[in-house]
Design a protein around this ligand. Structure first.
Ligand SMILES: Cc1cc2nc3c(=O)[nH]c(=O)nc-3n(C[C@H](O)[C@H](O)[C@H](O)COP(=O)(O)OP(=O)(O)OC[C@H]3O[C@@H](n4cnc5c(N)ncnc54)[C@H](O)[C@@H]3O)c2cc1C
Length: 402
């Protein structure tokens, strides 16, 4: 075993750390407090991230991207999120979809969609699965025919007509390219009837509705949009009819690890801030770090973060190496990292005392941000059920991978 990062990993870590420190960190707190979601979208940072190669980190080299590994995405995601989780999520949504660019698109689809994504330095991507009546159920724990996905796709000549509503979508209503799930036959379970379509935002019938206002990841949007008789060329279907589960299980192996890495970055920022604060704040005649009560909390925080990072790196390594255990390890990493980061942020607010919730300090923002990943990318309960299912061997292979 070798715990060293490669030269490439270290190069990207440096690029991301500099970007986070110089571009994001100085303004993150101020931008987080802008009242309306539409005014918070960091179009300028997206442009700068493009220049630094971060936006296209996962895009195949033949199309001008860096085609980097999942481990690199985790390393870069942690760095960006240490400055602002919302911005890290905007980028991660582009990396997640870049896996689909690379491995799941036909050559024709690649030519049709990748060059325009690469050449527009403010373009982002999104995946639209969640709807008012389907949330946890699309995470693969349930596959009954009564599942609540209401978005439909009806074949009409050489097109599909899509109708439905998607909500909570990261980069929703700001992205230029969407991967949308729909059902071809509402009487059948998703494993038979689910499909994924590539939908550019300028497709007639695609209607952006509103941004959800929220307490976490405030620089990233969560959009609600509608598909109203949205005609999509049949060639925009991914992998073919009924391939939703296959797409999610086989072609996005790093997605949980990447998500976990971003929330880890928030925990790290909270730990660093609390550590510095404890070294500077005096009570009881000495720096508070010299009180064992505080020192014990800092040690616990360091251990939680280190443990989570090891789980993330393992998940990323397994995914990069095409190992069959990558998916369950990704779920483990996501649950562990989100719970570790949330606990670290909570402890940071305790170390800061009253300052922990005051707007002069970033710790209340870290706590708000960390809360999002307890349920984003699958609630930790449903992710945990899937872990047990996988480890016990009690579920079907198809559902496990979903
Ligand atoms: C910040 C953020 C970003 C998101 N980004 C996207 C995105 O880009 N694209 C997208 O499609 N979606 C996105 N989502 C949606 C996300 O996937 C769902 O919110 C999540 O899967 C949970 O679904 P839900 O909110 O409907 O909760 P529900 O499914 O209603 O869950 C409510 C509660 O019931 C529990 N529960 C549900 N089912 C079971 C079960 N079978 N067994 C035990 N307990 C259960 C849950 O654990 C939870 O505690 C995002 C959500 C957030 C918060």
């Amino acid at each position: 075993m070798d715990f060293n990062l490669s030269e490439t990993h270290l190069k990207w870590q440096k690029i991301a750390r500099e970007f986070a420190t110089e571009v994001i960190a100085p303004e993150a707190l101020e931008r987080d407090r802008i009242p309306l979601a539409k005014d918070r979208i960091p179009w300028d940072w997206i442009k700068l991230a493009d220049k630094a190669g971060i936006r296209t980190l996962g895009v195949p080299k033949t199309f001008g991207g860096a085609e980097e590994s999942i481990l690199t995405m985790c390393i870069v995601g942690e760095e960006l999120a240490a400055a602002d989780l919302g911005f890290a999520v905007i980028m991660d949504q582009c990396w997640k979809m870049a896996h689909l660019f690379k491995d799941a698109m036909t050559a024709e689809q690649q030519q049709k969609f990748i060059p325009s994504f690469v050449s527009n330095n403010q373009a982002t991507t999104a995946i639209g699965i969640t709807e008012p009546d389907i949330g946890s159920d699309h995470q693969g724990y349930y596959d009954g025919a009564d599942i609540g996905m209401k978005t439909t796709a009806v074949k009409d000549g050489d097109s599909y007509i899509l109708n439905g509503t998607k909500r909570y979508i990261s980069n929703g209503c700001m992205a230029s390219l969407y991967f949308i799930t729909a059902r071809l036959d509402s009487s059948k379970p998703l494993s038979e009837s689910g499909a994924v379509f590539i939908v550019p935002s300028d497709t007639p019938g695609f209607r952006a509705d509103f941004f959800h206002e929220k307490s976490s990841q405030r620089l990233a949007t969560n959009g609600c949009f509608h598909l109203e008789n949205c005609r999509i060329p049949a060639s925009n279907i991914m992998l073919g009819e009924g391939k939703l589960i296959e797409l999610r299980s086989q072609y996005m192996p790093g997605s949980k690890a990447e998500a976990a890495a971003t929330v880890l970055g928030v925990g790290r920022a909270a730990y660093d801030y609390a550590m510095n604060y404890a070294k500077e704040r005096k009570q009881g005649g000495k720096f508070i770090i010299e009180h064992q009560a505080v020192s014990l909390m800092l040690a616990k925080m360091a251990m939680l973060l280190d443990g989570a990072r090891l789980q993330i790196y393992k998940a990323a390594w397994l995914a990069d190496n095409g190992d069959k255990d990558a998916r369950v390890q990704g779920l483990i990493a996501k649950v562990q990292a989100s719970e570790a980061a949330f606990e670290v942020c909570r402890l940071a607010t305790e170390i800061l005392g009253g300052a922990g919730i005051m707007f002069e300090h970033p710790v209340e923002k870290y706590l708000r941000d960390a809360a999002s990943f307890l349920h984003s990318d699958g609630t930790n309960q449903v992710c945990s059920l899937r872990i047990t299912n996988a480890l016990s061997g009690m579920n079907s292979a198809a559902l496990y991978g979903f």
